[in-house]
Design a protein around this ligand. Structure first.
Ligand code: ATP
Ligand code: MG
Length: 399
């Protein structure tokens, strides 16, 4: 193990941080937990900045800085402790990211995260790069409601520009006359109106870009949502039509290059009824649709996250198994009468190729991501059969 001052000198110079270096993560949720687990297995120390004591990531990391994300004292403690920092959710306050960017190695950069924090800036980037996306308009005032009401965008979805996740901060608008009420219902905050399209399918691409510009990617996953929340992601030969996959990977790479991005990036896409590929949004971090990579690939999205952060080479991941990931929401902890229960783990664990991941959240709530189950097998039909059995066991309608 090398001396700390030697490690710090490397970090300042942008060089390789060898195992033993301390890596920070902003946010203590499940993505931070899986990042910490991956980085620790390669000998890195992880420190978590998260105000909530005992949060999922804090349970597995030896050190937690228990401050608000934008508390200067907490950020200073992070800068003192870590040689490089990453994030596990995109809504870290911009000022905190800028401060960290100017004091230590931060990946992804604050400027790239700022784009991902704002749906309008994301769409502007897609447009500027020639990446197709749904027709949209900004809505930030009563005057804009009046002018956008008259446009040919309906039926539509009104989304808050900032802070939306899992379908929160969204309102369906059937016709222009409803726009003003919808905007007020969302709190009269800056919003983006999107034309609602008939989805043939949804897919996403997770990639990683190194500081030297090298990019590696996972094959796109096919994603199914229920009630605005990701229900399942499927990966493996046949999951996504090859030509669509090729175009999605090319578009995601163009976005990463356009942002001079460093780190793991996910781009979500819609496939319209006519087969058109449209970028939906991006996440500047590992993504729920990439969780299967832990069990189905020789390098996971979380390993690529720490590799980007420490300046290690990025191997092109190889998927060795077909996979379907099912999110385990808090709903599974309640029976039909609303009484609390525990899913039948024993029965689930008896399924072939079942990998259980629970995030250490003690309080199940409806819609809360408590964990995920990844089913792997040699082929997609086998995975689908196992997923049907898993759904039956969990009392879920099979996809
Ligand atoms: P998350 O961050 O959890 O991915 P989010 O809250 O940011 O979700 P979106 O990704 O914008 O929300 O939307 C969630 C889902 O709602 C989409 O995956 C899609 O199924 C549906 N949806 C969103 N926008 C549209 C649209 N314009 N047309 C049709 N369906 C849409
Ligand atoms: Mg989304």
């Amino acid at each position: 193990m090398r001396a700390r001052d030697e490690v710090a000198a490397d970090a300042a110079g942008g060089g390789f941080l060898a195992p033993g270096a301390v890596l920070g993560v902003l946010g203590g949720g499940q993505l931070g937990r899986m990042f910490a687990q991956a980085a620790q297995s390669a000998g890195y120390e992880v420190v978590v900045l998260e105000p909530q004591p005992g949060a999922p990531a804090a349970q597995v990391a030896p050190r937690q800085i228990c401050h608000a994300y934008d508390d200067p004292a907490g950020l200073q403690r992070m800068a003192d402790a870590a040689q490089a920092v990453t994030i596990e959710f995109e809504n870290v306050p911009a000022a905190a990211l800028q401060w960290l960017d100017s004091h230590l190695r931060l990946a992804p950069h604050a400027a790239a995260v700022a784009v991902c924090q704002d749906r309008a800036r994301e769409k502007a980037l897609f447009d500027a790069l020639g990446v197709g996306c749904v027709a949209h308009a900004e809505v930030g005032s009563e005057a804009e409601c009046a002018s956008v009401a008259a446009r040919d965008l309906y039926p539509a979805i009104l989304k808050t520009r900032h802070m939306g996740y899992d379908g929160k901060g969204q309102f369906r608008v059937e016709q222009g006359a409803q726009l003003l009420d919808a905007w007020r219902a969302l709190g009269a905050v800056p919003c983006l109106l999107e034309r609602r399209i008939d989805l043939r399918s949804e897919l996403s691409v997770v990639l990683a870009r190194a500081a030297d510009g090298a990019i590696v990617h996972f094959e796109p996953t096919r994603n199914a949502h229920r009630d605005g929340i990701l229900f399942s992601s499927t990966a493996g030969a046949g999951a996504v039509e090859p030509e669509l996959a090729r175009r999605a990977v090319a578009a995601a790479r163009r976005i990463a290059e356009g942002l001079r991005y460093v780190g793991v990036l996910c781009v979500e896409f819609f496939v319209g009824g006519d087969g058109e590929l449209l970028a939906n949004e991006m996440a500047p971090r590992p993504h729920n649709s990439g969780h299967h990579t832990i069990d189905s690939c020789d390098v996971s999205q979380f390993e690529l996250q720490w590799r980007c952060l420490v300046g290690a080479p990025l191997p092109q991941p190889r998927q060795h198994s077909a996979a379907r990931m099912l999110n385990l929401l808090g709903d599974l902890w309640f029976d039909a009468a609303g009484a609390q229960r525990e899913p039948d783990w024993r029965q689930l664990l008896a399924l072939p190729g079942a990998h259980l991941h629970l995030y250490g959240k003690h309080e199940p709530r409806r819609g809360r991501k408590m964990g995920h189950l990844c089913l792997t097998a040699a082929t997609l039909p086998e995975v689908e059969q196992a997923a049907r059995r898993a759904c039956a066991c969990l009392g879920l309608q099979a996809p």
